[in-house]
Design a binder for this molecule. Structure first.
Ligand code: MG
Length: 386
């Protein structure tokens, strides 16, 4: 069996490092063909020494420039070029924000498999990514989810025709502040918001989990991944993050996927599909030791970011791309102490009200909408939000 070539975009982040963990566990199956990092150049240097990719890159800077000359400038390539190299079979898109959108499009157009960890790619670019996927499926293009909820749904769907699906149910831990009342939410600090009860993740997604914005992004992600109307995607609070998501079929039967909260299993599934590798990358789940699993409705009054982003998703126009940009800026301002936690949702509501949406957007309009959202929030915060 020839080893499958991987390009890992965002190799030094949370998903990137866990992808390399999975590769370490299956060394005969995978070959790291390309690595791309942001600012963590020293870790990228270590990864290059360990995995010997044929191409690499990092965000520009003095340290990156030094590594580029050690590595070889001919093989130091932009993200878009890494994604389409002939020795790459699967592109793992684990970059932050919208940075992964163009490489995803290029990879699909080149008939590659994209294993997607980055939600913004679909929330901002869903219209064009879906079109690129459908136009290139005959050449081998595939889109596989890494996000734990979508991996769960995807695994439940294996062998089941999509026509027999009634509803998808995304489970939500409820984030860091699920037990806080409204007054307490006004006073929470970035440090408190950065502690997730169940998952170890990057800062942006951890804050998005605390506002529940993340769950709305995931509903939009599900809409594009599984080509199902967003009104058939439900959200259910489940404190323990053991049931990763569920599918209800036309006959009322429900399938769910369970496991300890550990991203290495969904990553491995995306890399080894349609096979299941005979090794467990994550700790085993002991249900008897867990004892109880809890489920309840999400409180959309305390967490208005969720209904706001779901409304944007329902509109199906540039609203979701715009909100993605608005949220990125709002989270930055919150982390820097320039606005309160509850201002994040307030800014999103205002941005959705003010946005003039494009109903049939191409890539250019989607990117412009995202930038508009960022600008709107930056200007509101600069003007003094209180
Ligand atoms: Mg998730």
């Amino acid at each position: 069996m020839t080893a499958i070539g991987l390009a890992i975009l965002g190799s030094t982040g949370s998903i990137g490092t866990q992808t390399l963990d999975v590769v370490r566990g299956l060394p005969d199956r995978f070959r790291v063909a390309a690595l791309a990092a942001g600012g963590n150049v020293s870790l990228l240097r270590e990864q290059i020494e360990e995995f010997r990719p044929s191409a690499a890159c990092a965000a520009p800077g003095a340290e990156a420039d030094h590594l580029a000359s050690d590595f070889g400038r001919d093989a130091w390539l932009p993200l878009d070029d890494l994604a389409v190299r002939p020795d790459v079979d699967i592109v793992v898109v684990a970059t932050a924000g919208r940075l992964g959108l163009e490489p995803t499009l290029r990879a699909l157009e080149a008939g590659k498999i994209v294993a997607l960890a980055n939600k913004e790619v679909l929330v901002v670019g869903g219209h064009v990514v879906r079109a690129a996927l459908e136009a290139n499926e005959h050449r081998g293009a595939e889109l596989r989810p890494i996000d734990s909820e979508h991996s769960a749904i995807w695994q439940c769907l294996w062998g089941e025709p999509i026509e027999t699906v009634d509803r998808l149910t995304l489970t939500a831990s409820g984030g860091a502040f699920r037990d806080y009342d409204m007054d307490a939410l006004d006073r929470v600090t970035p440090e408190q918001a950065l502690i997730h009860p169940n998952w170890q993740m990057g800062p942006k997604v951890t804050i998005d989990s605390a506002t529940l914005f993340n769950k709305g992004l995931e509903a939009i992600e599900a809409r594009w991944l599984f080509d199902i109307p967003i009104d058939r995607v439900d959200i259910l609070q489940h404190r323990e993050s053991i049931v990763h998501s569920m599918v209800t079929y036309a006959d009322g039967s429900i399938k769910a996927q369970l496991g300890e909260p550990d991203m290495r299993l969904p990553i491995q599934c995306a890399l080894t599909y349609p096979e299941r590798a005979p090794q467990q990358p994550a700790p085993p789940l002991d249900l008897a030791a867990r004892g109880t699993l809890n489920f309840s409705e999400v409180d959309t009054e305390r967490f208005p970011a969720l209904p706001t982003v779901l409304e944007a998703g329902r509109r199906g126009d540039t609203s979701a791309a715009m909100l993605s940009g608005a949220d990125e800026s709002a989270v930055e301002h919150f982390l820097a102490g320039r606005c309160r936690f509850t201002d994040i949702a307030r800014l999103l509501v205002e941005a959705l009200d003010a946005h003039e949406a494009d109903t049939d957007p191409g890539l250019e309009q989607l990117i412009a909408a995202e930038a508009w959202g960022q600008r709107f929030v930056n200007e509101r915060v600069a003007a003094g939000i209180r």
